[in-house]
Ligand binder design. Structure first.
Ligand code: AHG
Ligand code: MN
Ligand code: MN
Ligand code: MN
Length: 313
């Protein structure tokens, strides 16, 4: 039995998606055993971005690399690897991944995930990834939460799958996700308030003023610390997410990585009817210049993202 229902997946991409799902299901089993298995949240080193690596970051990276190699993938770019890896000579696709997103939540039983972005391999290893986000042929995330979910796009809407524990295979739950136009919730790491730019501060203050302010309605605040969990909540019931640039050294372009996090999430969000920008410019129109580069990221419900753009004007 394949690891995912093939009915809505382009045949050419099926082996790659099937490998991502097989590996995702294995990672999900390891996470579900938590402390009964190995110490998944133990610090084991640092990646080239300067992030602390947890045991599960490294394990998930090795597992996805092996799975993608088995599926004939040409190039693999990972948050946890400094350089692009050449996997299979002559392979058609280049896959970028954040093998384990939300690693600060590993030991606290909160949703974590895997994010991936697929391009057709082009030119050399780096050139396959350093191109407009709009050239992605597919993107998705797997959320390891109360349910193990897969959100997936090929540029014709965003599909939602659930890993059925009875069969071990991802089954279609929603053929076309639709992100609500208006939001009742916003997400930002509020501990960085003193470092924010004026437009970001203005947006947050507008939300905090609630029904008594110019907005005229209350907004609730949510912050998980896992981009995958945040994105899934927003795709499901609307909202906004901001990881803006701020005044801290090293945060001139925010925290999130264009190739592994921002571009694939932007593709999924826009295919569900939401908007994704860097504050002003649509992410899908942007091109990464470096593999590990960061980008300010603002996405979610259309009306809110438009308001944030206005504040930046
Ligand atoms: P990762 O675990 O892949 O390094 O990504 C963590 C990201 C993202 O999941 C989350 O939105 C953000 O970092 C949290 O950042 P803070 O360090 O500001 O909490
Ligand atoms: Mn990291
Ligand atoms: Mn991440
Ligand atoms: Mn990660």
């Amino acid at each position: 039995m394949p690891a995912i229902d093939p009915a809505h997946i382009p045949a050419k991409l099926f082996p790659v998606i099937d490998a991502l799902c097989t590996t995702g299901a294995e990672v999900s089993r390891i996470i579900a055993r938590g402390p009964l298995g190995q110490a998944l949240g133990a610090g084991v080193g640092e990646n080239s971005d300067g992030d602390q690596q947890k045991a599960l970051d490294v394990l998930a990276d090795e597992m996805f690399e092996a799975g993608l190699r088995g599926a004939g993938v040409r190039y693999y770019a990972s948050e946890e690897q400094e350089e692009v890896l050449s996997l299979v000579e002559g392979g058609t696709y280049a896959v970028a991944a954040d093998p384990l997103d939300g690693s600060s939540n590993i030991d606290v039983n909160v949703t974590i995930g895997t994010i991936f972005s697929i391009f057709e391999a082009a030119g050399d290893a780096n050139a396959s990834f350093l191109r407009p986000a709009s050239e992605q042929v597919a993107a998705g995330y797997i959320a390891y939460g109360p349910q193990c979910l897969l959100a997936l796009t090929f540029g014709e809407g965003t599909q939602l799958y659930v890993l059925d524990p009875e069969t071990g295979s991802f089954a279609l739950a929603e053929a076309k996700m639709s992100l609500p136009e208006a939001a009742k919730e916003f997400s930002i790491n509020a501990s960085n308030r003193r470092h924010w730019t004026p437009p970001v501060l203005a947006y947050v203050e507008e939300n905090e003023a609630g029904a008594e302010g110019a907005k005229g309605r209350n907004m609730n605040f949510r912050w998980v610390g896992s981009l995958v969990a945040e994105t899934h909540r927003i795709l499901t019931r609307g909202g906004t997410f901001l990881y803006p640039s701020d005044a801290r050294p090293g945060y001139e372009s925010g925290r999130l990585r264009m190739v592994y996090e921002v571009a694939p999430m932007a593709f999924l969000v826009e295919q569900a009817g939401g908007l994704a920008t860097d504050g002003t410019t649509p992410i899908m129109a942007l091109t990464a210049e470096k593999l590990h580069e960061r980008r300010p990221f603002v996405f979610g419900s259309r009306q809110e993202v438009e308001r944030i753009t206005e504040l930046h004007g």
